[in-house]
Design a protein. Structure first.
Length: 569
C-alpha cells in the first residue's frame, strides 16, 4: 500500500513525527538549560547596556564614544531588559534560548508539507535542536542565536515561492534586523535581495524587480539610519572588533581550519549530503535536483562561510559557522522529503541521528586550544565567572570615588563589568579604536594579535593594569615593587604611580604595595651600583612611573636622581 493511499496511516505517521519532535524539543531544551553559561566577551555588551540605562549613552567609558560591541540590536535588547529590572546575566540567557527555539519553530513550520509524500520531516529543526553546538550557543551571553534566527528567517521569507510584495517587505525588515544585530549580516541581506529577484523565474521582469525592491527598501532605509548613527555617534562605520581582528586581511589558512573543525566534529553532514544527492541521481528523476530557492540558500551559506574563512574564523569554536548551517540543513531536508522509496530516507535519518548523538571528540582536554581555537565554555566555567565577579566587586569597593584609569588583561571583561571603574581599556583593543587600528605586526591568535604597548599605556595615563591571574593571586609569587595586591583576590601592575590615588590606598586594609618612598630608595640603590646604561634605563622607568605626573614639587628629587645617573658615566 502506498503512503498516499492510506489517510489513516498518514495521520498516524504525522502524529508519530510530531510526538517525536516534541520529545526532541524537551530533551534539547533541558540540555541547553543545563549547560547555560556566559562568555567573557558578553560582558562588554553588558557594560554598554548598563551605561545606556544609566543615561551615560551607548559607551564603554563615559564620555568616550567607541563602538566596542558588534551586536547593536542585542545590546539594545539587554538595555531594555535592564530598564525593566532584569539583570543582563539572566536576560541574555533567556533571550538566547528564545531565539534558538524560535529558529527551530521557523524551520519546523517550513517542514510542514501536507501535500508532500512525507508531510512532516523536520530534519533542519531537529538538527538545530539536537546538535551540541547550537545548544551551547543558545546561551553564552552573545547574540549568536538571535543573529541566526534573523538571518535564516529573513532569507527563507525572501526566497519563498509565491510570496507577494508584503511578504518580501517583511523579509527585508527581518534581514535589516540581522544587519543591526551583526554587521556581517549584510552578506545574507545582499543575497536575499538578489534571491527575491531570481527565484520567481516565471514572473515578468517588472514583477521580479518589484519583489527585489520590496526586500531592498527596508534594508536601504535601515542601512542609511545605521550608517548615519554610527558616523555621527562614533565617528566610524565599523566596530573595534572589525579592526582588532583585521577582518579585511586574508587569513585563509586559519579561517578554513576553523570551518574544517566544525565539519570534523559534525562528521555526518558531508556523508549525509552525499547520500541524499546520490539517491536522487540514482533515481534518475526528471525534476531538477535543486530548485532556485535552494541555490540561493546554498549561495548565501557558502558566501558567509567564505567570509568567515577569509577573516580567520574566530577563537571561539563553531560560533561564527552556526548562522550559515541551517540554510544547508533546509536543502538537505527538502532532498530527504523528495527522496523516492523508504530505504535511503531511513538510512539518512539514521545517519543524522548517530551523528548528533556521537559527535567527533575534538578536544581531548577542556583547556586545549587547536591553533588558538577554544571550546569557549570550558574556559569560563561558573567558578571562574564568580571569581572574576568577586575581583570586580573588590576593585569597585576599594577604588570607589577615585579617578582611576585602568587596563585589564584578556579574559577579564567580567571583571570590567562588575568593577564599574570609570575608565577601562581591554588590552587587546576591544574597547579602544587607537589599539584596534594599530598596524598588524604578525598573524596569530585571532582577535588577540594587537596589544597595548608601553607607549600606549603611558600616553593614555593608565594607572593600573589588572592581572588575569585568578584568586589566590599569591601563587603568582611575591609582589614586585611596581605591583599592588587587593588581599589575595586581585593583583595589578602599577603603571603610573599617582600620589592622590596611592595615598588613599595606603589607608585601606588588605591593600599591599610598595610606597613610592620605598621604590625610590630601591632605585637609588640600584643606580649607585649600575653601569651608566642600566642607570639610565632605571631612571627612564621612574620618569614614566612617577616623576612625569608627580608635578613640580617632585622635580628637584628627579633632578637629583638624574645627577646620580650622570655620575655613573
Amino acid at each position: 500500500m502506498h503512503w498516499q493511499s492510506s489517510p489513516s496511516r498518514r495521520r498516524v505517521t504525522i502524529v508519530a513525527a510530531v510526538s517525536l519532535m516534541l520529545g526532541i524539543l524537551g530533551l534539547s531544551l533541558w540540555r541547553a538549560i543545563a549547560r547555560a553559561w556566559l562568555s567573557d566577551d558578553g560582558f562588554i555588551s553588558f557594560r554598554y547596556a548598563e551605561h545606556l540605562v544609566a543615561g551615560h549613552g551607548l559607551v564603554y567609558n563615559t564620555g568616550e564614544y567607541v563602538e566596542g560591541y558588534t551586536n547593536l540590536l542585542w545590546t539594545l535588547l539587554l538595555a531594555a531588559a535592564m530598564a525593566l529590572g532584569v539583570p543582563p546575566e539572566t536576560a541574555s540567557k533567556a533571550l538566547g534560548i528564545v531565539g534558538w527555539l524560535a529558529l527551530a519553530a521557523v524551520l519546523a513550520r517550513r517542514a510542514w508539507r501536507p501535500s508532500a509524500p512525507r508531510p512532516f520531516v523536520p530534519l533542519a529543526a531537529a538538527l538545530v535542536l539536537l546538535m551540541e553546538d547550537y545548544q551551547t550557543w543558545a546561551t553564552g551571553g552573545l547574540e549568536t542565536s538571535l543573529f541566526t534566527l534573523l538571518s535564516v528567517g529573513g532569507l527563507l521569507l525572501a526566497t519563498r515561492a509565491g510570496a507577494g510584495t508584503g511578504g518580501r517587505v517583511v523579509a527585508g525588515v527581518v534581514l535589516a534586523a540581522a544587519v543591526a544585530t551583526r554587521p556581517d549580516g549584510v552578506i545574507f541581506a545582499a543575497v536575499g535581495v538578489l534571491g527575491a529577484w531570481w527565484v520567481d523565474a516565471d514572473g515578468s521582469p517588472r514583477r521580479r524587480l518589484t519583489l527585489a525592491a520590496a526586500v531592498a527598501l527596508p534594508l536601504a532605509l535601515a542601512g542609511m539610519g545605521l550608517v548615519a548613527f554610527k558616523l555621527r555617534y562614533y565617528g566610524d562605520l565599523f566596530p573595534t572588533a572589525f579592526y582588532s581582528k583585521s577582518a579585511l586581511d586574508p587569513y585563509l589558512g586559519q579561517g578554513w581550519f576553523y570551518v574544517y573543525l566544525f565539519f570534523k566534529k559534525s562528521w555526518f553532514l558531508a556523508p549525509l549530503a552525499l547520500l541524499l544527492v546520490a539517491g536522487h541521481l540514482a533515481a534518475r528523476r526528471e525534476r531538477p535536483l535543486l530548485t532556485r530557492p535552494h541555490v540561493v540558500l546554498l549561495v548565501a551559506g557558502g558566501l558567509f562561510l567564505a567570509y568567515v574563512a577569509h577573516s580567520g574564523g574566530d577563537f571561539m569554536f563553531a560560533r561564527r559557522v552556526l548562522p550559515a548551517m541551517p540554510l544547508f540543513f533546509v536543502v538537505l531536508e527538502d532532498l530527504l522529503v523528495a527522496m523516492p522509496g523508504r530505504l535511503l530516507p531511513a538510512a539518512a535519518v539514521a545517519l543524522a541521528a548517530v551523528g548528533v548523538a556521537v559527535p567527533y571528540p575534538l578536544y581531548a582536554d577542556p583547556g586545549e586550544r587547536l591553533r588558538g581555537i577554544a571550546n569557549e565554555p570550558a574556559f569560563y566555567p561558573p567558578e571562574l565567572i564568580e571569581a572574576r565577579r568577586v575581583q570586580g566587586l573588590i576593585a569597585a569597593q576599594v577604588l570607589a570615588g577615585l579617578p582611576v584609569r585602568a587596563a585589564f588583561e584578556g579574559g577579564m571583561c567580567v571583571f570590567g563589568y562588575y568593577s564599574r571603574l570609570p575608565y577601562l581599556a581591554e588590552i587587546t583593543g576591544l574597547t579602544q579604536y587607537s589599539l584596534a587600528k594599530a598596524p598588524l605586526a604578525a598573524r596569530g591568535h585571532v582577535g588577540h594579535e594587537k596589544r597595548a604597548g608601553d607607549a600606549w599605556l603611558t600616553r593614555n595615563r593608565i594607572h593600573f593594569v589588572f592581572s588575569q591571574l585568578p584568586p589566590p593571586v599569591s601563587r603568582g609569587g611575591p609582589l614586585r615593587v611596581d605591583e599592588i595586591a587587593f588581599g589575595d583576590l586581585l593583583k595589578a601592575r602599577i603603571w603610573i604611580y599617582d600620589d592622590a590615588i596611592m595615598d588613599r590606598l595606603r589607608t585601606v586594609s588588605g591593600v599591599t604595595f610598595a610606597p613610592i618612598e620605598t621604590a625610590l630608595r630601591e632605585a637609588e640603590r640600584h643606580i649607585a651600583a649600575a653601569p651608566h646604561a642600566e642607570a639610565q634605563r632605571i631612571y627612564a622607568v621612574l620618569e614614566r612611573y612617577y616623576f612625569h605626573g608627580a608635578g613640580p614639587a617632585k622635580r628637584p628629587l628627579a633632578e637629583a636622581l638624574l645627577r646620580q645617573v650622570e655620575a655613573r658615566r
